[in-house]
Design a protein around this ligand. Sequence first.
Ligand SMILES: [Zn+2]
Length: 436
Amino acid sequence: MCVLYSLIIKIIERKKELVKQIEKWLKSKTSYDNIYYFLARDGNKLGDDTIMKAIVNTKLILEDGIVWDGALTWEGERIIEVGQASEVTIPEDAEIIDAEGIYTAPGLIDIHNHGSVDALFCEEPLKCAEYFVRHGETTVLPTLYCNLSLEQMLLGVKKIRKEAQTGVGRIMDGLYMEGPYMNGTGSNQKFILWGGKIHEREYAPLVEAVKGYARIWAVDPAREGIEDFIKYVRKKDTTAIFAMGHSNATAADCRRMKKYGLRLQTHHGDSGKAPGFAQGTVGAGCDEYTLYDPDVYAELICDENGIHVAPDLLKMVVRTKGIERIILITDSMPLSGDFANNEADGVAYGPDLNYDYEGHLAGSHLTLDNACRNLMKHTGYGLCHAIRFASLNPARLLGIDDRVGSLENGKMANLILIDDMVHVKKVILNGESIPT
Ligand SMILES: [Zn+2]
């Protein structure tokens, strides 16, 4: 604290305007990390040549409420102040955006997204980033599926990491590995390339290539050899998060994985079912374990017709898990098959759904703004909840909520202007306006 104090005194001597701000931050709940950011910023003479920007005439969507007459300022890529318009300091020379009364919300965070209607993240990352950022997605985990070979995965990761360095490519912030080791209950089964016995020599080059960059690994907890794989990944990357994905595992299989970092279920309600103990009984598997364990987050795909998860099931899951453990995802995929290929077997149609070549449901063509709207439509939960499920909750799961996920002093200026049905009117990424 002594060092911090002397640094603050130094700045007090140098800059009056900043002093006022620091007093406000110290009174507010701003973390010390963010204070350090501002101190470092001043040391780097930022503030002398960076214009402050402000959004006025707006309603601010916060973690636990709405500020009806709000204002927000930022400088460079960080938020300076968020609050009631009458209490936010806006310098005379600030660049002003008049929101004309609509909402300002944090940029959306999509942790599970394979690509847009016509491109895969692993093949054309920038094209995908340009598409999703216009829909308010300012953080995305490009997702690799187990229909890719090791060589395809390695090449895809290389492209993604390169394109993530600049421009809108910066929305890509790590990877979601949907596989490679899941079971045969998902879509595109004909093309799964990781179905054999699990061997270290097979997965070692992949784990090595993505360690520290792959944030989430979805696995089938019941698959033979999966525990060795998980231990190996954890040894290489102690922060790796595991999800239960495409699995008929029992709840007991899931529970065994918890000590290795199991925190998430891949698209809840649409990821496989455990068998019952006897004819006519219901088994307890990944879905049931997720509903039971308060630490585990549930991914939800909220499509327009409620096909991935039926509206009544959505209501039950949100109520059971509570508002802190729901994460909206798109599971977006390029257009592949047609539902009509399997219509006779009861495959349902949705305008935002994707189907594999055999007509099975295979992800969606959703964007997170639409997913928020569908969640509100199907469940009656409001704007604050929908935005939270698509920003703060995924940020907390990933452990990046110190810099993104909500409107708070010191966080990244990843902002979206939306109307009351989450139609995106403006996107600001790292403090810069993106053409929509
Ligand atoms: Zn997926």
